[in-house]
Design a protein around this ligand. Structure first.
Ligand code: PMT
Length: 413
């Protein structure tokens, strides 16, 4: 169902000055019913029609109205809002706001957020039919369409001004459905994709293990993005507390050996394999059946290598399109290229892990990541972003390279 695609999505609902603003109250409710998190940004004009309090109650979040509000900027300022969004929908979008967006203005909060965001942007125009048909409005809409804005509506019918014509805002259900459709690219429609995520735990004794800081967020975001792109997803997850994205099969494992077995069991029915899990490279050679007692001042644990799952998948027949990750604290590109080559990968997504230049955690156990994609004859930098946004970019890359490879195979067959 399309609406499910909004589940967990961060939606900024921009509301501008127009009588249709009252319908946006219902829209806020419906977006939340569909599982979206909603933050409302109102222009000054919009607040003349409906109060921010209404939207605060319905969205469950503070409403944002001012660009130059110190308190708001200290909480979630315009840049942060812009980064938070998975999509921005302006409903209703007045002729004035459409004109200001077309000019690239940033002199109120809503236009500034739109300018600062890389998320998909959609407008639901609502205005008097003469304003709608005016050349200036149509030319502004043309400009926005060229820049990739999505346009939902308007519909025709009786208008608040008493006249009849084109310019009514689409009904709420149509807006929710149109917004949901933005989250499906179809680029991996029907392709079976196997993804690993999270850490592995290698037992020392019944209560202790060797593990790592992976939260599973990156792999889960990749799984969700692949599903949104139409793939049939199987997610193999190490220990963690993330809930499974909708509409996919999940297999839980704990150790590298269990992950290896699960991957090898599943891989033959998949066309793409993405290894986002932080798999332990070593495990204790033996795991004590009883809890180890505190005895000597020092304790040595002998370690042995685990199976390299990714390298093993690369040698299977039939071989899927194989994507690895590289988590590096130094020499990111050189190390990633070595892994690309040694493990015979089709693509590697390298991420620097640890602290970024602002001393924030990045990569492991963080909301954010940045990826350097490298494949045998190209590379591409994906700038720092929230993991779901980054995962969608990664999936469209994988889809492009995978589909190219399929096409080449067909051409040479
Ligand atoms: O889970 P999060 O908190 O969201 O963090 C995301 C992440 C940083 C864990 C993720 O983006 C990431 O980088 N995952 C791979 C981590 C890793 O183990 O990197 P590596 O450079 O050690 O391994 C290279 C590749 O080989 C990886 O694709 C890994 O899954 C795979 N591997 C490694 C060891 C092993 N025994 N088997 C493997 O398949």
């Amino acid at each position: 169902m399309r609406m499910n695609r909004l589940n967990g999505k961060h939606i900024i609902l921009g509301i501008t000055g127009g009588i249709a603003a009252y319908k946006s109250a219902e829209l806020t409710r419906r977006l939340r019913d569909a599982g979206a998190q909603v933050r409302v940004v109102m222009t000054r004009g919009a607040t003349e029609f409906v109060t921010p309090l209404t939207f605060q109650a319905l969205s469950g979040n503070p409403v944002h109205t001012d660009l130059l509000d110190e308190k708001a900027e200290a909480g979630m300022g315009h840049i942060e809002l812009a980064r938070w969004a998975d999509a921005i929908l302006i409903a209703p979008a007045s002729a004035n706001t459409i004109a200001r967006l077309a000019q690239g203005r940033a002199d109120d909060l809503l236009t500034a957020v739109c300018l600062a965001s890389k998320a998909p942007l959609a407008i639901a125009p609502a205005m008097n039919h003469v304003m709608w048909h005016d050349v200036a409005t149509q030319s502004n809409l043309g400009t926005l369409q060229q820049r990739g804005y999505h346009q939902f509506g308007p519909a025709s019918g009786a208008q608040a001004c008493g006249e009849t014509g084109e310019g009514r805002m689409l009904e709420v259900a149509e807006l929710v459905d149109s917004l949901a459709s933005l989250f499906k690219s179809g680029a991996l429609q029907g392709v079976n994709v196997l993804i690993t995520a999270g850490p592995t735990y290698e037992p020392i004794d019944p209560v202790r293990f060797i593990g790592n800081r992976s939260s599973g967020r990156m792999g889960f975001a990749v799984a969700q993005a692949a599903r949104e792109a139409g793939a049939n997803v199987t997610l193999i997850s190490g220990p963690g507390d993330l809930s499974t994205p909708e509409d996919m099969r999940r297999i839980d494992v704990e150790t590298a050996a269990q992950m290896y077995d699960a991957v090898m069991h599943e891989v033959h029915s998949n066309q793409v394999f993405i290894s986002a899990a932080a798999v332990a490279d070593y495990r204790p050679k033996t795991s004590s059946e009883q809890k180890l007692k505190k005895q000597d001042a020092e304790l040595s644990i002998e370690l042995e290598r685990t199976e390299d799952i990714l390298a093993a998948v690369s040698t299977t027949t039939p071989r899927p399109f194989v994507v690895g990750f590289a988590a590096e604290t130094e020499n990111l590109e050189a190390n990633a290229r070595t892994k690309l080559h040694n493990k015979s990968l089709d693509l590697i997504a390298a991420n620097r892990v640890g602290k970024n230049e602002n001393a924030q955690d990045i990569g492991f156990n963080s909301e954010y990541n940045a990826l350097h994609l490298i494949w045998p004859d190209g590379e591409q930098q994906l700038e720092q972003a929230r993991k779901p946004a980054l995962a969608r970019q990664l999936i469209s890359f994988i889809a492009r390279l995978y589909n190219q490879q399929k096409q080449n195979e067909k051409n040479t067959a």
